[in-house]
Write a protein that binds this ligand. Sequence first.
Ligand SMILES: [Zn+2]
Ligand SMILES: [Zn+2]
Length: 581
Amino acid sequence: MSNEKKLEIIRHSLSHILATAVIELYPEAKLAIGPAIDNGFYYDIDFGEQKIGDAELKALEKKMEHLLKQNIKFERSEMPIDEAIAKEKLAGQIYKQELIEDLKKSGETSVSYYASGKFTDLCKGPHIENTNEIAKGSWKLNKVAGAYWRGDEKNKMLTRIYGLAFSTKEELDNYLTMLAEAEKRDHRKLGKELGLFIFSDLVGPGLPIYTEKGAIVRREIINYSNTLQRSIGYQEVHTPNITKADLFKVSGHYEKYKEDMLRVVSNYTDEEYFLKPMNCPQHTQIYASQTRSYRDLPIRISDFANLYRDEKPGELSGLTRLRCFCQDDGHCFCREDQIKEEFVAVLGIIKQAMKTYEMSYNVRLSLWDENKKEKYLGDAATWEKSQKILEEILIENNISYYKAEGEAAIYGPKMDLISKDSLGREWQISTIQLDFIMPQRFGLTFIDSDGKEKTPVMIHRAIVGSPERFMGILIEHYAGNFPAWLAPVQVKILAVGEGHIEYCEELAKKFKSEEVRVEIDANNETVGNKTRKAVNEKIPYILVVGDNEIASGKLAVRERGSREAKEMEFADLVKIIKKTI
Ligand SMILES: [Zn+2]
Ligand SMILES: [Zn+2]
């Protein structure tokens, strides 16, 4: 058994022990479900009138510890389904009863139970054999939240108790340290402190407004992606944000993706319009606007148009999930014999980007789910062909990868880059996708060397994905300490007294003419206060200007992270800053 599988079983077994503790302390509680999840487990419970706060959580944790020490065995048993329904009914366990009734409807004739001590829970298993397999100090209960029965807001709100669980105490401790650090770095908190973006109730959830400073960071991310993609032949286009439904009917999004699109109503027509959730369908129209020959290919298009997705308001969070964002999106229309070269070129610039942002990554080959063919467009033969091509590219270029079934796009398989930030958290950022289907649906063609009409292949790709979401990730990755090239303010000049302001302004002008982003603090405060403020703003270079600096013509430069100022010539500092850019 893999370590991962074993850990999952431990996590799920802990949820049973939690339920055991709950029933001992609150015999009237009604249990719903208790699965293992990433990093731990939870159990949904109906406590009736009883409120579960920190004190109750502590008491439950104590009870669990006590139970675990008794080396409780997990024992499986089977029960005829009607007997199980009667048993749960008698015990007043209405949620378990409902679950078993559903199993009966789907044709089951018996169910399995797992006993752990005096408590027995409906469960498919598997479980550990004995609680002594759980390492001491490797788990804890960490929070309580509300959750609707079966995730449906029409149902009753239950209490969800979350626990964390790892293989060892050390792993749990590391995870807790990481959580505490992540909380300090939370981009929603830091974004506000650094004045990068705001949300307004009048504008709406998931629709951030970038301030001057946030707009600079966003623009720098976009500019860098643009520089990279231009280097491999992508040319930027500009496209409208709304589109007739007809376009999405041809692309297939209307059929498979309508729930996630925002509808637009016109005063002048009954035609259906949507805010676009992606650029690809429109880009096919650029391709289709001319007759193409095999010599014209590849055609490479990039676009930073705003995109809109109708995310559930409850799932929106800071910049990581938005209803309005853009992407460093690109589409390449090419011949089949050009696929490999195009993929390798894109992988090259993605690699460069990850190096610049100081992130490591793994490549995931995202395949379709053969058992859910209805979720995808196109036939099995096309899917097999395109999946094989992607795997060949990875093997031929010695790129290590892992496969993930069911992670493909609706029109084709993908290579996704799963990047790791400075806290070791994983993010899906870059993607390259192969698509034989959309060009067919739009009837795109080119005249091949033999004079025959053929269908081009479409490659969809993104370098950092959405610059807005990536900004959120970067804020946490850098803990707000943007490298100078990304920092909204690169140099802050602090005037010691009123008599020094004029000189500061001249100096600022010189920086601006070198395209360095500079700000002056001329407030009537002590230098100590001004320095503290600039440090909190995480400015890469802080300059203090007083009599000495004016007399010597040199700069007193305090670099971020250092406590002392260094004497430097203006030209040398500009050189240092430009080097990072
Ligand atoms: Zn179980
Ligand atoms: Zn696309």
